[in-house]
Design a protein around this ligand. Structure first.
Ligand code: MN
Length: 232
């Protein structure tokens, strides 16, 4: 078998303490999963009558923590979103909440970088979010930290830009927690090893400009960094 041109490389992340890398299958993102962020976006969530929703990004949008990425094209409002990331290590379909831990390989700290101006236009016109969310180099992620079978349901999550705190919250404020997300998402998708789930961002999202340095962390997991380079 030969291809007309070289196929795209498999995306992967380092694994803390291991020489093997974690190959990436799909990137899932939970929308509006902290109340204070949902409110700042003008879309409060009533969990009693709503279910979580998701969007995806291409695995090719993945970029290692510590990178410098160009300020992306066609936006005047490029936002950071600090998120805890679940790394799936086993296949699962219709996983019950009480078995959700069984599919977890580990966790990471990530940034869901967003062309907010384009996302809001899409949202308000009822269009897909791709131009706002599926942005090249927008899925920033640290190494995967192995924590097989462990549920993370509390711990600080925070982000600074140029050393100034912009986001500071706790995983215990997730509207849909890790068990609930895995149970719900696996109703729609056959989860596979290599899937990452970005679990949503707390309040305080805002714009960055070229030259800004983003630092963030999920306590007990990892620290994430990104430098915003010049516009292309
Ligand atoms: Mn997000």
């Amino acid at each position: 078998m030969s291809y007309l041109f070289n196929p795209p490389p498999v995306q992967s992340l380092a694994i803390r303490g291991k020489s093997d890398r974690f190959p990436i299958n799909r990137l899932f993102f939970v929308g509006r999963n902290y109340h204070a962020h949902a409110v700042e976006m003008g879309k409060p969530v009533d969990k009693s009558v709503e279910r979580p929703f998701y969007f995806t990004k291409a695995p090719q949008t993945l970029v290692d923590s510590g990178s410098t990425v160009a300020y992306p094209a066609e936006t005047q409002n490029y936002h950071f979103e600090m998120e805890m990331v679940i790394a799936i290590g086993k296949a699962g379909f219709r996983v019950s909440q009480d078995k959700a831990h069984e599919v977890i390989y580990g966790y990471a700290a990530g940034l869901d970088m967003t062309r907010r101006d384009l996302q809001l236009v899409a949202r308000d016109k009822g269009r897909p979010w791709d131009l706002g969310k599926d942005v090249e180099h927008s899925s920033v992620c640290t190494e995967i930290v192995p924590m097989e079978g462990k549920i993370l349901d509390q711990g600080a999550i925070a982000l600074e830009v140029n050393g100034e705190t912009k986001q500071s919250s706790d995983l215990n404020k997730l509207i849909w927690n890790v068990r609930e997300i895995i149970a719900d998402l696996s109703l729609f998708y056959h989860l596979q090893p290599g899937d990452l789930i970005y679990t949503g961002t707390p309040e305080g999202v805002n714009a960055v400009v070229p030259g800004d340095k983003i630092t963030g962390r999920v306590a007990g997991v990892a620290d994430v960094e990104l430098t915003v380079g010049a516009a292309q």
